[in-house]
Design a protein around this ligand. Structure first.
Ligand SMILES: [Zn+2]
Length: 473
């Protein structure tokens, strides 16, 4: 049959009239173009005229004045810290751990042991809501003592999630309340693996999360590698994050954190390591040789004054580098455009070479680079036929986005989230439409979560937050 006589194919959704930034291998950008989506999958990426000739859709989405691009991928986050937004910006790392991050972790662990799921579930709901509104369609959430009900929250909210369960059996930071007994942790991991494997949407997967090189014993690191191999799941770990941790490993083993993890057999293509700031040239080669991926978290690294990751050298060595937000306690927003911009600028000033990490490379880290780091590059990260339809629309009509001299440069250097992200689609399902969450009432969710937090804080004698304890706020 000739093309002229072929009748249009019925699909679920047609996105039309936009500027499509595909992030495919050729980095193709199509003007006056869009996507055909069916059954959660991208079936075509083409100019609007060709799409309307080839397809009829149940739903048509006009993307005039908008960039159509892959959903942003956040490869390192701690959703529990959603409650710590705006908390502190003045503490050294060891004191930050003691005074900011540890109390809610201890609370989460005691709640888990008491069978109370609300703290984790509210934090996860809030974080999923903010991530989606910010154009993040996939996030890795590394968290302590998460009850299996947290997996249900991802499902309810619709976010694609990689859930990493923190594991620690060494009280390196002298915070005994932060340790969930390791037998309980490993049992919980089995439960979470089964729950994720049975995820009705298929959007949730699991990784083991040994906390860092410093707070996990060698035996547990080796066991983690065996368990990950056995279950066919990945590993996520904080690595060479602080000078403090580097010194500790060097004092104990006379080697660097990266070499130490390589020597115990943990590193590999299924490992995503967050931060990787304190690296030698040899360490960078080890990461490249083992296929270990890196999550670069520039804003967190700056706020807690941890150092600057050698991203240019990592990229030159062929390491997959992605972008992470880290958490509301050390970054505060979920703006991956900002993280990409700040991350690029930080590398330019670190190297004193303005050509390093150009906007295209920064955008790559936030999209296909994230997919690669999570081992999901055949499923998400670019707009290509056969991939899951994780798509965002970014409004480029605002005065801060104009004139558009180069669409990729404008995205990295002018755009921000959630403000410019108007629509968010995961697996072909619209989850944010015209700046509003489709599945949940954002105002109601905030009110419930903050009321819970007030009660929970009062219960431990901290009192409610002065901001939202006032009537009407
Ligand atoms: Zn972290």
């Amino acid at each position: 049959m000739s093309d002229e006589l072929a009748s249009p194919v019925a699909v679920d959704m047609l996105i039309q009239n936009g500027v499509v930034v595909k992030m495919d291998e050729n980095r193709e950008i199509l003007h006056d173009a869009g996507l055909a989506i069916n059954d959660g999958t991208i079936v075509d990426v083409a100019p609007t005229a060709a799409l309307t000739e080839r397809y009829t859709a149940t739903r048509n989405l006009d993307a005039r004045g908008k960039v159509v691009m892959p959903g942003l991928i956040d490869t390192h986050h701690h959703f529990l810290q959603a409650f710590l937004k705006g908390s502190r910006d003045d503490l050294p790392f060891d004191q930050w751990i003691e005074r900011v991050s540890s109390p809610p972790i201890a609370m989460a662990i005691s709640d888990y042991l008491a069978g109370d799921t609300r703290l984790q579930c509210y934090a996860t709901s809030l974080s999923c809501a903010e991530a989606l509104r910010s154009g993040i369609t996939c996030a890795l959430n590394m968290e302590w003592a998460t009850p299996p009900e947290v997996i249900d929250v991802y499902e309810e909210m619709g976010l694609r999630a990689v859930h990493a369960l923190y594991m620690s059996d060494v009280d390196r930071w002298d915070e005994p309340g932060m340790l969930l007994p390791i037998d309980v942790t490993l049992e919980l991991a089995e439960e979470l693996i089964a729950r994720c494997a049975a995820s009705p949407s298929g959007r949730v997967s699991f990784r083991y999360g040994p906390a860092c090189e410093n707070s996990v014993s060698q035996d547990l690191l080796r066991e983690t590698r065996q368990l990950a191999d056995h279950h066919g799941v990945g590993i996520h770990i904080h690595l060479a994050e602080s000078r403090l941790s580097w010194d500790n490993i060097y004092a104990r083993f006379g080697t660097t954190p990266v070499r130490y993890l390589r020597d115990v057999g943990l590193l590999g293509p299924d490992v995503l390591a967050a931060h990787c700031i304190w690296l030698s040239k040899d360490d960078i080669d080890i990461l490249a040789d083992t296929g270990t991926s890196v999550s670069y978290n520039p804003e967190c690294n700056m706020k807690v004054a941890l150092g600057i990751a050698p991203v240019v050298r990592l990229l030159e060595a062929g390491v997959s580098v992605s972008l992470g937000i880290d958490s509301s306690a050390v970054n505060d927003n979920m703006d991956l455009f900002e993280a990409a911009r700040v991350g690029a600028l930080l590398q330019k000033i670190e190297t004193m070479v303005p050509s390093v990490v150009p906007a295209a490379q920064a955008l790559e880290m936030a999209t296909i680079g994230g997919a690669r780091a999570l081992g999901m590059e055949t499923e998400i990260g670019s707009l290509e036929p056969g991939k899951r339809a994780d798509v965002i629309l970014v409004d480029v009509t605002g005065v801060h986005m104009r004139p558009t001299n180069d669409i990729v440069n404008n995205l990295i250097y002018c755009a921000s989230a959630p403000g410019d992200v108007s629509h968010v689609i995961v697996d072909g399902e619209m989850l944010v439409e015209h700046d509003r969450l489709c599945r949940v009432d954002e105002t109601q969710l905030l009110a419930q979560a903050e009321a819970f937090l007030d009660d929970r804080m009062s219960a431990v004698g901290s009192g409610p937050s002065p901001l939202y304890s006032e009537a009407g706020c």
